[in-house]
Ligand binder design. Structure first.
Ligand code: ZN
Ligand code: ZN
Length: 463
């Protein structure tokens, strides 16, 4: 799961994966019969035809409705804080309408502007990079504690800080992480309802579809966002309920197993990683009931079942299956070795310096805070599109995250003090960075405390 909006860099390569998947593959992964699959395909085709007849404004309105009703589950009388790139204004207005229709008390939006962010790197004094507006972050935390919901729109240019000094980028990130810790804690502990949705923007679209004229690229990215966000059916709100219920079913099965660890093995041998699971770990997926009692879908889209690894029990080697775009910088072909939970060796063919800075943020930055399973038949994987955005790319592949654990993924974790969480094996850090390790060539086994194991995934699909 991703809880932070970041800007990333990239080299403009578009990765294409094999398979024509969609409903057929997904249904197969879930053990449905062929007739059911054919029916599902026919229904999907009919819904797609209806969807393709909608105007762009109508499609945007559907995404806004899903963001408010499914993503946030916004409650009448609740205040809402939104953050958005300035290019997302049309989506912001639609979301604001739906929020007020749902009874929002007040909607307040903070806008980010990419060129203004770059201006800081070009013209600000050196001391600027250790500063963050603590007063603003404190106010946001106060709003959350007073009952506000949080909606973030992702869409900033993933390559925004490509040419900037990585040391400055890292200092600014650390200052911001420290300042936003009180607000982020309320989010990672799921004390409030929150969600992230995406908006296609020109700079982002150019990276995803580098060969196309910018207008066509934006249109294509919007279509990909609509499809990945599952709003192309005839009743998106109802279909999200079904999707959430299917993920929940998988989560229930995993929770009943009480595995001690997971073992990931890739066909080419570059990954052989044992990820110990935290004591009292809980799998999550398909929505969360926040501490304020509101049921929300924190990420739109979401395809993952995830839990908390044990910070001291991760061993072996792992190679990333997709490049990681992190805070305006690209890290390619990550290959790391874990020993006793800690990264002891880290390599990347591009951005190795950034990777090493990232894992040196604090002690928890070289340990895992999340492990997630996503089948290779996920619609996002099957789209063959590399989004350069964690919100999408992490839902295309099984992944691990360095840094902060989600305390909701431990029994009673929401209310536990940090020392108790740590005693169960939950990691703590200023960072939480997901990176993709799954593919159609990955096997995953669930290992019990007595050393016996059972297959969970074969060639990237649920067994
Ligand atoms: Zn995740
Ligand atoms: Zn995550």
């Amino acid at each position: 799961m991703t809880s932070r909006i970041s800007t990333h860099i990239c080299n403009g390569v578009q990765h294409v994966f094999s398979g024509d998947g969609k409903v057929g593959d997904m249904a197969a992964g879930m053990g449905l019969t062929e007739t059911m699959m054919q029916r599902a395909e026919m229904m999907q085709e009919a819904a797609e035809t209806t969807f393709s007849r909608l105007t762009f404004e109508e499609k945007l309105d559907r995404l806004a409705e899903v963001a408010v009703k499914v993503g946030l589950g916004l409650r009448g009388g609740q205040e809402m804080l939104m953050s958005a790139p300035i290019d997302a204004l049309p989506l912001v207005r639609r979301i604001t309408e739906h929020a007020y229709k749902a009874g929002a008390r007040l909607v307040t939006t903070f806008y980010g502007d990419d060129p203004s962010i770059v201006a800081r790197y070009q013209f600000a004094k050196d001391e600027s990079f250790d500063y963050a507006p603590v007063w603003l972050q404190d106010a946001i935390a106060t709003a959350f504690r007073s009952g506000a919901a949080r909606l973030a729109i992702a869409g900033a240019n993933p390559a925004l800080l490509a040419g900037q000094d990585p040391a400055k980028v890292s200092r600014a990130n650390v200052a911001m992480s420290k300042a936003s810790k009180p607000a982020m804690e309320l989010i990672t502990r799921h004390e409030i309802n929150w969600t992230i949705v995406a908006c296609a923007t020109p700079e982002w679209a150019k990276l995803v579809f580098p060969g196309l004229p910018v207008d066509d690229a934006v249109e294509k990215l919007w279509e990909a966002i609509f499809k990945a966000s599952r709003i192309d059916g005839d009743d998106p709100v109802a279909q999200w309920k079904e999707h959430g219920a299917r993920l929940k079913q998988r989560v229930d099965v995993l929770n009943a197993k009480r595995f001690h660890s997971l073992r990931f093995r890739s066909a080419d041998g570059t990954t052989d990683l044992t990820v110990g699971l935290a004591d009292e770990h809980l799998w999550a997926g398909g929505g969360t009931t926040a501490g304020n009692g509101v049921y929300c879908q924190p990420n739109i889209p979401t395809e993952e079942c995830f839990t908390t690894p044990h910070k001291d029990r991760v061993d072996g080697v792992v190679r990333a299956t997709k490049p990681l775009s992190h805070q305006g910088t690209l890290i390619e072909n990550i290959a790391v070795r874990f020993e006793g939970g800690k990264i002891v060796e880290a390599h990347a063919t591009a951005g190795e310096d950034v990777l090493n800075r990232l894992i040196s943020t604090d002690d928890g930055a070289r340990r895992l805070g999340e492990v997630a399973l996503v089948p290779h038949s996920s619609p996002i994987a099957q789209s063959g599109i590399l989004f350069w955005n964690t919100l999408f790319d992490e839902n295309a592949a099984s992944h691990i995250a360095l840094g902060q654990a989600y305390s909701t993924c431990l029994k009673g974790g929401e209310k536990m003090p940090e020392e108790e969480l740590a005693a169960l094996g939950a990691n703590s850090s200023l960072i939480h960075v997901d990176w993709m390790i799954g593919s159609g060539a990955m096997d995953v086994d669930g290992v019990r405390a007595d050393g016996t194991s059972e297959p969970l995934m074969r060639a990237g699909e649920w067994v």
